[in-house]
Design a protein around this ligand. Structure first.
Ligand code: BES
Ligand code: MN
Ligand code: ZN
Length: 511
């Protein structure tokens, strides 16, 4: 897909389809839908439809018209953005995506999008629109032999002439972020026979080689054992596929030397549960158990291109979780890289095992701040459904910085507790801790387990089990596809931290 910008008045632009957002400026009792561009001919094209209540501004509702008078475009598509008072980047991304998917379904692959201005400014509108259109352009059906390429060709973002320089920049940023998000989604979409730990590492290497500013180190089973990563190794020991520890570094010139962010990702390329095997029903979805790691790889791609001044390092722990004669068994005791002993209660609680060593390794590598992302627990889906990801943190500043970043990125997370009282649930009678705190508060006890390995380092854990995959049909995103969450929030977090450290040379800065 090629994204361009146009600063011409929307009604005079020759395009296959001009997309216009309709917002409701009224309330439930007195709806007042209005098209956002002020061109008289567009207002006129909408007037009858609005009067007849055929166009309401309802979120993501689409209405297609042909060759309207006074408009140079062949067609107009009205797309609803919901109520004007609550319309922000989150809603705009979905409206732009809904328009794009509607047009794709009609075989219209070229269009111009007229975004309304957000409170955050027009540059933000343009960036959000681009990101929403990239999300919409992804289709998961890559192995269908009769697949028709429906991807978008040319999309123009329309903007007021006065905003040209900032919009040109923010559109370019949106393209980097959108492409990186879809890069992550491609990795997650692959089935596990085509996305082994080795293949994931090779895909990361290929990305790094075409991205100036990044370096990569890939370690295999022997190195994982030599480094005494007993928790990570215990998950991979049952598989015929070798594990991979993928480390990607970004150390820009001029970054504050006292801050280094570690992004640690769970990349279980297939989670059978191991000896504590999962039920057959739905097990095929466990190919997306590497989404956390794939997100970290895509995030590195984006930040190397956006060039924020902050040192960042990704640590991706890639392995399968398989039952076999060499697999670990319930009751086994493993010694993590940190020296902590772990009694394995359930071999299906494997994500926390690989992350334990990933987090410790990142800390040893000098990371001053840690963020991990993982499809860690079914329990977070029980708690938050498919709407919000869970964020768990030992540091209010980092947690708040992350939540602020989610707002800018149009992604949703909800902070969850990690009070000391929950520590009880992971006590072991033979070792330091057990790897499964049981059913109650399962996402919290999983976070408590990870907390054992971060010490005092500011850390945020993102449980994305419910949000990394979209099962349902939605107007703005393909069904049964990876979402690429929380790549955009991580990118925004990095950019925010880079801004806060700019000019500071001491380690007094805290996140
Ligand atoms: N990968 C799963 C978590 C998961 C569940 C991801 C649903 C996506 C959708 C994880 O490894 C797992 O199996 N967790 C167990 C932990 C339990 C054994 C303590 C779970 O949530 O059931
Ligand atoms: Mn599991
Ligand atoms: Zn898992």
């Amino acid at each position: 897909m090629k994204i361009t910008t146009s600063f011409a008045p929307s009604a005079s632009l020759a395009t296959e389809c001009l997309v216009v957002v309709v917002l409701d400026h009224g309330d439930k009792e007195n709806p007042n839908p209005q098209v956002s561009p002020t061109d008289a001919s567009l207002q006129a094209a909408a007037a009858n439809l609005i009067a007849a209540k055929e166009v309401s501004g309802k979120a993501n509702e689409t209405t297609l018209l042909h060759a309207p008078a006074g408009v140079a475009a062949k067609r107009i598509l009205f797309v609803g953005g919901g109520n004007a008072s609550s319309f922000a980047g989150f809603e705009l991304r979905r409206a732009a995506g809904s328009a794009a998917r509607f047009l794709k379904s009609k075989g219209i692959r070229n269009f111009a999008f007229a975004a309304p201005t957000l409170d955050a400014g027009f540059a933000e509108s343009a960036k959000a629109s681009v990101e929403g259109i990239f999300v919409a352009d992804f289709d998961p059906n890559v192995y269908q032999t009769d697949r028709k390429d429906q991807s978008l060709e040319d999309v123009a973002i329309l903007a007021p002439a006065a905003t040209e320089s900032e919009v040109t920049r923010s559109v370019a940023e949106g393209v980097i972020i959108g492409e990186s998000q879809n890069f992550t989604r491609d990795l997650v979409n692959e089935p596990s026979n085509r996305m082994t730990p080795t293949i994931l590492a090779e895909r990361a290497r290929a990305m790094v080689h075409e991205t100036p500013g990044l370096s990569i180190e890939i370690m295999g089973g022997d190195e994982i054992q030599a480094m005494k990563m007993g928790a990570f190794w215990s998950v991979s020991q049952g598989s015929a596929e070798p594990p991979a520890l993928i480390v990607i570094r970004y150390s820009p010139e001029g970054a504050d030397a006292s801050v280094k962010l570690g992004l640690v990702g769970k990349a279980v390329t297939f989670d059978t549960g191991g000896i504590s095997i999962k039920p057959a029903d739905g097990m095929e979805k466990m190919k997306y158990d590497m989404a956390g790691g794939a997100t970290m790889i895509g995030t590195m791609r984006a930040i190397a291109r956006l060039k924020p001044k902050l040192s960042v390092m990704a640590v991706v722990c890639a392995t399968e979780n398989m039952p076999s004669g060499t697999a670990q068994k319930p009751g086994d005791v493993q010694i993590a890289m940190s020296g902590k002993s772990i009694e394995i209660i359930n071999t299906d609680a494997e994500g926390r095992l690989v992350l334990a060593d990933g987090l410790h390794y990142a800390k040893e590598q000098g990371c001053t701040h840690l963020v991990d992302a993982a499809t860690l627990t079914g329990a977070v889906v029980v708690a938050l459904g498919f709407v919000n990801g869970g964020v768990f943190s030992n540091d209010d500043t980092l947690a708040n910085n992350f939540l602020a970043a989610t707002q800018r990125a149009g992604e949703k997370f909800w902070r969850m507790p990690i009070d000391e009282e929950y520590r009880e649930s992971i006590k072991s009678s033979i070792a330091d801790i057990i790897n499964s705190g049981g059913r109650w508060g399962g996402s919290v006890t999983a976070a408590m387990f990870l907390k054992e390995f971060v010490g005092d380092t500011p850390w945020a854990h993102l449980d994305i089990a419910g949000t990394a995959w979209m099962e349902e049909t939605k107007p703005w995103i393909a069904a049964k596809s990876p979402t690429g969450l929380p790549l955009r929030s991580l990118v925004e977090l990095v950019r925010g931290m880079a801004k806060q450290t700019a000019g500071l040379t001491t380690s007094r800065v805290s996140f």
